[in-house]
Write a protein that binds this ligand. Structure first.
Ligand SMILES: Cc1cc2nc3c(=O)[nH]c(=O)nc-3n(C[C@H](O)[C@H](O)[C@H](O)COP(=O)(O)OP(=O)(O)OC[C@H]3O[C@@H](n4cnc5c(N)ncnc54)[C@H](O)[C@@H]3O)c2cc1C
Length: 460
């Protein structure tokens, strides 16, 4: 008999789950029906591309990491391989005390693989450099399960290093408080290096990352194309503008109650929505509610279009991130026309700013005009503009950036242990759980699909 899977949430995770459910069911000759339910009028979640006056503007993610293969694999499976474009490499900077400093060459998430660039850098005071060098002689950290990224790096390399180099490099991904962010869940590779070598600097010594190779990729027509192609490829029931309000467990099946009063019965469910929503839908699983986690951080992106001749960059490069101690609202700026030249028409420039961080995210409720003015003001001295932007695209992402607190991996293990008993056939996936980047979300969506197919095949 045909099985029915309901996928809640039509972001990249949910759509990927639906795509692989169909693909794997077809290759195993299984009769499977899929329904995707998305609360907004459009699919894609945080992935949204705007096309205007020849510009391709991303409201959310602008690219994906090539090293994690799941995104490229999906792109290929959708026949979009010829659209893949890699970023132009160039210098990127950290803004500290109003000045742009190059990210020290050869550093791995801020950790030096060679000493000279760190010792030459204007990002650290002489005391800060001496403190970082203490990493070479300090004893190994006592055994621990997890600790915050901030505590770990400040214990090894000192607070200055955390404030001015490591935190800014991570803030674009998590926009959270680095002193609450789980090391084990977000940067586990450093744990092993410290354990094996007794020092981060020694552990990375000479392991210089290859210079000038592009790490990121996107699609020539924008990441929205990935969403469109996924949706087009689905032979599923697709519901937009419909919210799953409640879920009841009935005789080994699930009844999803929608806000349009429709009821959908499913054998299995992929819940690909932010965790606070899953926690409400699956309320018997009390462990889904997180007591020790900060709320997701809200951020805004401000993309501003100019004539290239009207924009003067103080230094050549592709953009900058901002020191934790800098008293400004933006946390990063990408000079998109230089990093992704295909996204702008000839002779034009696109400057994108990120606004909002943990503890200071109410700012995103400013009006569009205020956010644009704040961005331009925060850029002054670093980027000079002769004229106002031709147009701007401002996007607010409320409570959008999941925070992985210390102990996050233990929490994931608890879910893995208990959920199959409490809600058999329900799979949670997406940015709240096992990685926030697009390749991580794609891996989780695919993983949920694989587990469901396995469950059907084995009749469990
Ligand atoms: C500004 C910004 C920039 C980013 N930049 C990058 C980047 O460059 N590279 C990168 O790899 N990652 C980046 N990320 C992270 C990445 O975009 C996200 O982690 C990822 O898109 C999340 O996908 P998801 O499907 O898990 O969740 P979402 O995209 O949040 O999708 C969940 C969907 O569920 C829907 N939903 C919620 N509740 C219900 C309900 N009750 N019923 C039905 N539907 C519901 C929502 O409307 C939403 O569409 C960025 C994120 C942001 C916000």
């Amino acid at each position: 008999m045909a099985k029915h899977v309901a996928v809640i949430g039509g972001g990249i995770t949910g759509l990927t789950a639906a795509f692989y459910l169909q693909k794997l069911a077809a290759s195993s000759h299984l009769d499977l029906h899929v329904t995707v339910i998305e609360t907004k009028d459009q699919f894609g979640g945080k992935v949204e591309t705007v096309h205007r006056d020849g510009f391709t503007i991303e409201r959310g993610p602008d690219s994906f990491l090539k090293r994690k293969k799941e995104a490229l694999e999906l792109v290929e499976a959708l026949g979009l391989g010829d659209q893949v474009v890699s970023n132009h490499t160039g210098k990127s900077y950290i803004l500290k005390s109003g000045e742009l400093h190059p990210i020290p060459e050869g550093s791995v998430m801020g950790v030096p693989t060679q000493l000279k660039p760190m010792l030459d850098s204007g990002l650290l005071s002489e005391d800060g450099k001496a403190r970082a060098l203490n990493d070479l002689i300090l004893p190994q950290l006592p055994e621990y399960e997890d600790m915050s990224v901030g505590d770990f790096f400040s214990a090894r390399l000192g607070e200055e290093m955390v404030d001015h180099i490591i935190s800014p490099l991570l803030s674009g991904i998590y926009a959270g408080n680095i002193y609450k962010l789980s090391l084990a869940a977000t940067q586990p590779q450093f744990i092993n290096v410290e354990r094996d070598a007794g020092s981060l600097i020694l552990g990375f010594n000479g392991k210089q990352p290859k210079k000038k190779t592009s790490q990121f990729a996107t699609l020539t027509s924008g990441l929205g194309t990935l969403i469109e192609r996924l949706v087009d490829s689905l032979d599923a029931r697709l519901l937009r503008g419909v919210t799953v309000s409640r879920i009841k467990r009935e005789n080994h099946k699930y009844e999803l109650i929608l806000n349009n009063n429709e009821k959908i019965t499913a054998d299995m469910v992929v819940s690909a929505v932010p965790n606070d929503i899953s926690a409400n839908l699956f309320s018997d699983a009390a462990y889904l509610k997180r007591e020790n986690a900060d709320p997701n951080t809200s951020v805004a992106t401000v993309a501003m279009a100019f004539d290239k001749d009207d924009v003067t960059l103080e230094k050549e490069g592709t953009g900058f991130v901002v020191s934790r101690k800098e008293p400004i609202a933006i946390t990063a700026s990408t000079w998109t026309h230089l990093k992704w030249p295909h996204t702008v028409p000839e002779g034009k420039a696109l400057v994108r700013c990120y606004v909002g961080k943990a503890g200071d995210d109410a700012i995103i409720e400013q009006s569009d005009e205020e956010l644009i003015a704040t961005s331009l003001q925060n850029l002054s001295g670093v980027v000079d503009f002769k004229k106002d932007p031709h147009f701007s695209v401002v996007t607010r992402w409320r409570e959008a950036m999941p925070q992985y607190p210390v102990g996050h991996k233990l929490w994931l293990a608890e879910i893995q242990d208990k959920l199959p008993h409490d809600y058999p056939g329900v799979y949670l996936a997406g940015a709240s759980y096992d990685g926030v980047g697009l390749p991580d979300c794609i891996r989780q969506g695919k993983g949920a699909a694989q587990k469901i197919i396995e469950r059907i095949k084995t009749g469990t």
